[in-house]
Design a protein around this ligand. Structure first.
Ligand SMILES: [Cu+2]
Length: 471
């Protein structure tokens, strides 16, 4: 339980308690169990596979619980290396992780984890011949990954793409930058391992928040399914699986950078702009509006903040319609779209991962007249241009008679008949009664206005069609 904080913000007392708990876990022998597990499984799918994030999340959680059994006020701190980038930065102070090796690559000489201070011997090593002193070579292999680099990887989808990029091109580089003991399979010998991996874990959580429509984990091989137990805990009664660790808040901890996602704010079409702000880095603001009948709508932001807008719907918070960054005035976002009836969701974030600022948002638009199909007249041409789109038509039944409503073309249409004199009163629907995969409804109708909704049979399908009504 608890909030994991940026190590740079810890008080002297918080640092001292964290260090004391780690030293006690080392003294009672339990710390070395973690070093052994990581070393022995190093090449057994905990790296360079989909397991990378969930396995290390479980690993950190267990160590944190052990520390909390010693001191319940302790939580794992994270090291944001995009900010604290130098060998002289806060992690390497003598009251915390201690300093560099002397000479670089040699034994750490200062701080609680220096061998010479008598409380930190490397009992579990890659090779028996390896030194028993904690060693570091801060700055090895080039600079630490920058905020821009991390941002680029956070933007990657799907999970497999994000995972490989963040692991190989960010996390590996940080291990090498610390160097010495932290660059080996037994890398948890350096307690900085846990600060590094706590930040990696935080970035996975941030990626999930940035991409709510993406699957948070994807299996990439046998034994690494969402519900497969992870080694070495697979013989436990209720072993951890990737599925069980996807939501870090459900595991009882949060990050001081976590963003609370509020329920959508309702927008009224045609109303003055609603004022809002991105108050915290990474914040996502959600809005909702109702399109009563098909028409052209414009969703737009105002103000000085570079926001990024995503439109979802109809009647779905995950079916993406389109996205926009800067089509509006200055750096504002604007989406103009022909929308069918339904509820739509708008997500606003700052274009920059760390950006904040105020903005206004409004929706304008009007239902365009619904196209009329002349009974016994020529067919009307239509097009399902985007996933989830549906097109509305109307026709007038002048007399009581049997009417045939039918689509033509190569698109697998799905047809719904509504009415009389109502766009919502359902009469019947049809998928494939027409030629090929076309739809056909034959129905006796009383006089009145009727409505036909055409969508693709598949949620993601698109394509042109024509539609006609005969009596
Ligand atoms: Cu690592």
């Amino acid at each position: 339980m608890g909030t994991r904080k940026n190590q740079a913000t810890l008080t002297a007392n918080e640092k001292a308690r964290f260090v004391a708990a780690v030293l006690q876990l080392k003294a009672n022998g339990r710390y070395d169990l973690y070093v052994r597990q990581h070393r022995d499984l190093f090449d057994a799918n905990i790296h360079r596979t989909a397991w990378f994030f969930p396995w290390h999340r479980e690993f950190l959680l267990r160590l944190e619980r052990d520390l909390q059994a010693i001191d319940p006020t302790v939580t794992l701190p994270y090291w944001d290396w995009t900010i604290d980038r130098l060998p002289s930065a806060s992690p390497w102070a003598d009251d915390f992780m201690g300093g560099n090796g002397v000479p670089a690559g040699g034994a750490v000489q200062s701080g609680p984890f220096a061998f010479r201070n008598g409380r930190w011997t490397l009992n579990v090593r890659d090779n028996p011949a390896d030194p028993i002193e904690l060693e570091r070579a801060l700055g090895s292999g080039g600079p630490l990954p920058t905020a821009d680099t991390v941002r680029n990887f956070l933007a990657r989808v799907p999970y497999s793409n994000f995972r490989s990029g963040l692991e190989i091109s960010v996390h590996n580089i940080v291990h090498v930058w610390i160097g010495g003991s932290a660059a080996m399979a037994s890398s948890p010998n350096d307690p900085a391992f846990f600060l590094l991996h706590c930040n990696v874990d935080r970035l996975w959580a941030q990626w999930q928040a940035l991409h709510p429509g993406e699957t948070a984990y994807q299996s990439d091989g046998a034994g690494r399914g969402l519900n497969d137990p992870m080694l070495p805990w697979n013989n436990e009664v209720n072993p951890p699986t990737p599925a069980r660790v996807l939501d870090h808040t459900a595991l009882g901890y949060t990050y001081d950078t976590d963003v609370v996602v509020d329920p959508p704010v309702d927008l009224t079409v045609g109303a003055p702009p609603t004022q809002a702000s991105i108050g915290q880095p990474g914040e996502l603001d959600w809005y909702r509006f109702v399109v009563p009948a098909a028409g052209g709508f414009t969703i737009e932001t105002q103000g000085p903040t570079d926001v990024f807008m995503s439109l979802f719907g109809p009647n779905s918070q995950t079916a993406l319609v389109t996205e926009d960054d800067d089509t509006g005035q200055d750096v504002n976002a604007r989406i103009e779209s022909n929308l069918s009836a339904g509820t739509y969701f708008v997500r606003i974030r700052h274009f920059q991962t760390a950006g904040t600022g105020s903005y206004g948002i409004s929706v304008i638009g009007a239902a365009v007249p619904i196209p009329e199909i002349p009974v016994n007249g020529p067919a009307v041409q239509g097009n399902i241009a985007a996933a989830n789109e549906s097109d509305m038509y109307t026709f007038t039944a002048g007399v009581t008679a049997t009417y045939t409503m039918e689509t033509a073309g190569n698109t697998d249409t799905f047809l719904t008949l509504l009415g009389p004199n109502s766009q919502t009163a359902f009469i019947t629907q049809d998928d494939d009664s027409g030629p090929g995969s076309n739809s056909r409804i034959v129905r006796a109708l009383m006089p009145g206005a009727y409505f036909l909704r055409v969508r693709h049979y598949s949620a993601t399908g698109t394509g042109p069609y024509s539609i006609f009504v005969r009596r």
